[in-house]
Design a protein around this ligand. Structure first.
Ligand code: ARG
Length: 458
């Protein structure tokens, strides 16, 4: 018999039972659900709604049930509808009528809201730990290969020379923001809804402070209607996860590109690549491609929850049961990817010579020539134009700027002298970047300190 069967005279249709049930996916909330119920039971006893003996029986029963579920010894079924009722059903079978008192002063609405908040709080901390590991691995790679020269790109066209550490540290900054964003989401997730009842509060002077203390919530909701209706924290969390995926996808895309024969900047370890069933020469960057591909499902889940919540009248509506699968899937996806990323990155071999060759066979120093002309009193726009003409000359004559004879330069303007070759030197090009936050060694060293300081502060 269903817990709510009283006002019904007909049994639930079997298709309706299947359609309505969330037990298939929300059973993974068993741990936080039991935790929340233990806190609730303790509170009920502290305000005299349950006797100390009833409380002890229930707490013990819940603790044993937790162990049994963990040991795979408890069966839930579609008839349980969801994990909340499943736990109550099993406990009633085991303990008898006392278990029927456990739901006093509580609704599944404030219960489920509390469960998901507990779940999200744990998930945030797990993802933060993984992000920290990712940043630590990137920092290691970046420090080890700090001053490998490579082309920097805009529009995927060679732009200006940079160091590899400048490129890798850019990703560390993305993950640093992701970490901080999660910190911020945590603040708004860390609010206790339990005690709000179905929507209007409960007829007991619930000691919500006590529940918050037991469950380790920093704050307590002050409007029950909002508390049971609110899923903003899921949306915020999913959007933070989506940003992480967006960064992971950009990184993957670059790794895929760098491992092509045309680039050959890196080789990803065999353990993280796969072969072709037909073409024997292939070594495909599948891990990176899957990361890029799985970004879609995480974005999709964000869209899903946004759409589920739009237009819902206050307070709880069954639509909100759709908040869970996408959330769980996103946490699993991001967790799996971040766990795999560090060992994959550590398997990467960087090919310094090829990167350097690509720097030298290029016009990555054209901006240097323009700046050189500025130092000779050309207004920048004219310097830019003249440099463009010289680049065109080089392209037409199949030569690079460093190899162009001085007399050719001087035929364009006598203000150019032999010092131009120093200005065009690629290492000088990098080291001449004087601005704070640039790719020069000095700037990168300062950035390393900032990154290390951040990681040490965690
Ligand atoms: N399984 C439900 C959910 O996940 C629990 C809340 C049900 N509340 C209700 N009033 N039917 O949303």
């Amino acid at each position: 018999m269903k817990a709510w069967q009283g006002r019904f005279s007909e049994a639930t249709h079997e298709l309706m039972e299947k359609f309505n049930a969330s037990i298939v996916f929300d059973k993974r909330l068993y741990k936080v659900d039991i935790k929340g119920t233990i806190a609730h039971v303790k509170m009920l006893s502290s305000i005299g709604v349950l006797t100390p003996k009833e409380k002890d029986t229930l707490v013990k029963g819940l603790e044993v049930l937790l162990k049994d579920i963990e040991a795979g010894q408890v069966e839930f079924s579609l008839a349980d509808e969801d994990i909340h009722m499943g736990i109550e059903r099993v406990l009633t079978e085991r303990l008898g009528p006392v278990a029927k008192k456990m739901h006093t002063g509580r609704s599944r609405n404030d219960q489920v809201a509390t469960d998901i908040r507990l779940y999200v709080k744990d998930a945030i901390l797990d993802i933060q730990v993984l992000l920290m590991e990712t940043m630590t691995t990137l920092l290691k790679l970046s420090s080890e290969h700090a001053f490998y020269m490579m082309p920097g790109y805009t529009h995927l066209q060679k732009a200006q020379p940079i160091y590899l550490s400048y490129h890798l540290n850019a990703y560390i900054h993305m993950f640093k923001r992701d970490y901080e964003r999660l910190e911020d989401v945590l603040k708004r997730t860390d609010v206790l809804p339990l005690g709000s009842g179905a929507l209007a509060g409960v007829n007991y002077d619930s000691d919500r402070e006590l529940v918050a203390e037991i469950l380790n919530f920093t704050a307590i909701s002050s409007n029950g209607l909002d508390a049971v209706s609110d899923r903003d924290f899921i949306i915020e969390f999913q959007s933070a996860l989506s940003l992480i995926m967006m960064h992971l996808s950009r990184l993957s895309e670059e790794l895929i590109m760098w491992q092509t024969e045309q680039f050959s900047y890196i080789t990803i370890g065999d353990a993280f690549t796969t072969g072709s069933s037909l073409m024997p020469q292939k070594k495909n960057p599948d891990a990176c491609e899957l990361i890029r591909g799985k970004t879609g499902r995480v974005f999709g889940s964000l869209m899903n929850i946004l759409t589920v919540m739009k237009s819902l009248p206050l307070a709880y509506n069954k639509d909100m049961q759709e908040d869970k699968e996408g959330l769980f899937d996103s946490v699993d996806t991001v967790g799996m990817i971040l766990s795999l990323l560090s060992p994959m990155l550590e398997s990467v071999v960087f090919h310094e010579d090829k990167m350097k060759k690509d720097v030298y066979n290029s016009f990555l120093n054209a901006t240097e020539l323009a700046d050189y002309l500025v130092s000779k009193d050309f207004p920048f726009r004219e310097a830019h134009h003249l440099t463009g003409e010289l680049v065109k000359y080089c392209i037409d004559n199949d030569i690079y700027l460093l190899d162009l004879p001085l007399d050719v330069y001087r035929s364009y303007t006598p203000l150019i002298d032999a010092s131009v070759y120093d200005a065009l030197d690629f290492e000088n090009a990098i080291e001449n970047k004087l601005s704070y936050g640039s790719t020069s060694k000095k700037s990168i060293e300062a950035d390393f300190e900032i990154i290390k300081g951040f990681l040490e502060s965690l």
